[in-house]
Design a binder for this molecule. Structure first.
Ligand code: SF4
Ligand code: SF4
Length: 230
């Protein structure tokens, strides 16, 4: 029995689809181009004027029955004592089995090192704005968006040839703070907490509404839930 069982509830009625969560995650975790630990699904259905639009924020589901953990040959992908699905870079051999096992496509593989600044070598406005390498040099950091606090639990610049994904901001939880996406949400659409604590906001939201998870037929038992609708 874990000490805590961390979970997130996303209230789709409150979510305004602003993507502040995605941007906050990138900034907090130095998430490189092409990777999106915090992401979203956009769906439009029907024909005008009978259309339906849905914006569904997504991230690692930190599943209780995580196929990435079950299929990792080295135990690099593992569950911690509080139910987080975490990754040990020192044990990872880069086989990508976890990535193939995940039904949610939330695991990314680092092909390059160290998170090279691939796409921002040209200024947005020639002669006016700085390139990413120039920003990094002026700031004295390895990459333009660099958060040294991220390094308290994982390497700030991840090594080549291993995988990475959302950690529910484990480094912030260790300090008693909320994940960056939760803190950044202007609509309070993201509720985070301990499912083992019946008085937590997350437990209250789960009890009050009828929570849903993504792809329940996979039997992964996600810990990211969705309530209400747009
Ligand atoms: S890529 Fe790393 S974490 Fe993923 S299954 Fe292989 S060894 Fe495990
Ligand atoms: S920051 Fe909040 S309101 Fe904006 S897209 Fe994310 S969950 Fe929705």
């Amino acid at each position: 029995m874990p000490r805590k069982r961390y979970a997130m509830v996303i209230d789709l009625h409150r979510c305004v689809g602003c993507s502040a969560c995605d941007i906050a995650c990138k900034r907090e975790n130095n998430v490189p181009h092409g990777f999106a630990w915090s992401n979203h699904i956009i769906e439009t259905r029907g024909k005008f004027p009978d259309t339906k639009y849905r914006y569904i924020p997504t991230l690692c589901n930190h599943c209780d029955n995580a196929p990435c953990v079950a299929n990792c040959p080295t135990t690099a992908m593992h569950k911690d004592e509080n139910g987080l699905t975490l990754h040990d870079p020192d044990k990872c051999i880069g086989c990508r089995t976890c990535q193939l096992s995940c039904p949610y496509n939330v695991i990314y593989f680092n092909e390059d090192t160290p998170h090279p600044i691939r796409k921002d070598r040209e200024p947005a406005i020639a002669g006016c704005t700085s390139t990413a390498p120039e920003v990094a040099e002026r700031a004295g950091v390895p990459i333009p968006v660099y958060n040294p606090e991220r390094e308290s639990t994982y390497a700030g610049i991840r090594p080549r040839g291993i995988i990475e994904k959302c950690t529910f901001c484990d480094h912030r939880l260790a300090r008693g703070e909320m994940p960056a996406c939760v803190e950044a949400c202007p609509a309070d659409a993201r509720i985070f907490g301990d499912k083992n604590d019946s008085t937590s906001n997350v437990s209250r939201a789960l009890a009050k509404y009828t929570p849903r998870t993504l792809r329940p037929e996979m039997g992964t038992e996600p810990n990211v839930y969705y309530i209400r609708d747009y």
